[in-house]
Design a protein around this ligand. Structure first.
Ligand SMILES: NC(=[NH2+])NCCC[C@H](N)C(=O)O
Ligand SMILES: [Mn+2]
Ligand SMILES: [Mn+2]
Length: 298
């Protein structure tokens, strides 16, 4: 029996543009239930993780914006995800800014020996407090999952690391900070930048990524930041970067993942309805979920 559990994570503390906390509502409004109902034997919407309206604060010592709150809220998310995986359901998390991935991965990864991660994003999200140009934790979750960063974040769930560098594939990168570039080289992380996507085409990028992860992982988490897509297709994001992946290429990528039958958890993040045009970005997110979960035209 194929079971899906939807969990909303309405958190905007990982960056400074308010509104991304409304992402889960926008995605639900875009018709997620109707779209996914027929693709699973059971779809349960577990509602949102309680985030509240906390006051924004900067940790003086580390210069990390909202450090303690993010640690607390992602810990709650991790617990919920852990339960969902144990119950045999596929966890689908709706963001929220990308810092929520710290919690998702903490909840998921303990169930696998070698969890793979596809980081579909314009950014690497591989900063630490030392390399971050912004102090925004949404630029750090992948580093945190590698065990690099503030102790309060890397120890969530009581174990580390959540992912090994050789089990990561980044797709869609076109904005990397200096420290992130160094880390990618030092750790040998596989990255398909927009250059490779243009040059090889999305088909080959996905074939290679799937083969690479099949060989070494026993489960794969898809962390999809809507800013991986070009801003013309997904304008409702806080940190848009021109020259992104098209709507069609993204559908192809999701369809190939469905065919490979390898994704074991997923999150769709950074949908900000305040910055959007008529909920376009949430609608794109739901359409991509359809393809990811096996929707077919014929
Ligand atoms: N999840 C995201 N949209 N991350 C954007 C990060 C931008 C920049 N690299 C930073 O660290 O601030
Ligand atoms: Mn991004
Ligand atoms: Mn991101």
């Amino acid at each position: 029996m194929r079971k899906l559990a939807i969990i909303g994570m309405p958190m905007d503390l990982g960056q400074t543009r308010r509104g991304v906390d409304m992402g889960p509502s926008a995605i639900r409004y875009a018709g997620i239930n109707e779209r996914l109902n027929t693709l699973f034997d059971e779809v349960r919407d577990l509602g949102d993780i309680e985030v509240g309206r906390p006051e924004v604060s900067i940790d003086k010592e580390s210069n990390l914006r909202n450090l303690e709150l993010i640690a607390e809220k992602t810990t709650s998310l991790a617990k919920k995800i852990d339960e969902v995986v144990q119950s045999g359901s596929f966890p689908l998390v709706l963001g929220g800014d990308h810092s929520i991935a710290i919690g998702t991965l903490a909840g998921v990864s303990k169930h696998y020996e070698n969890l793979g991660v596809i980081w579909y994003d314009a950014h690497g999200d591989l900063n630490t407090a030392e390399t971050s140009p912004s102090g925004n934790i949404h630029g750090m979750p992948l580093a945190v999952s590698l065990g690099l960063g503030h102790p309060l974040l890397i120890n969530i769930g009581g174990y580390l690391p959540k992912v090994k560098p050789e089990n990561i594939v980044i797709i869609g990168a076109r904005s990397l900070d200096e420290g992130e570039r160094e880390l990618i080289k030092e750790k040998g992380i596989r990255v398909y930048t927009m250059h490779e996507i243009d040059r090889l085409g999305m088909t080959r990028v996905m074939e290679e990524s799937i083969e690479y992860l099949k060989e070494r992982t026993d489960g794969v988490h898809l962390s999809l930041d809507l800013d991986a897509l070009d801003p013309t297709d997904a304008p409702g994001v806080g940190t848009p970067v021109n020259g992104g992946i098209s709507y069609r290429e993204s559908h192809l990528a999701m369809e190939m993942l469905a065919e490979a039958n390898m994704i074991t958890s997923a999150e769709f993040v950074e949908v900000n309805p305040i910055l959007d045009e008529r909920n376009k970005t949430a609608i794109v997110a739901v359409a991509l979920m359809g393809s990811l979960f096996g929707e077919k035209l014929l």
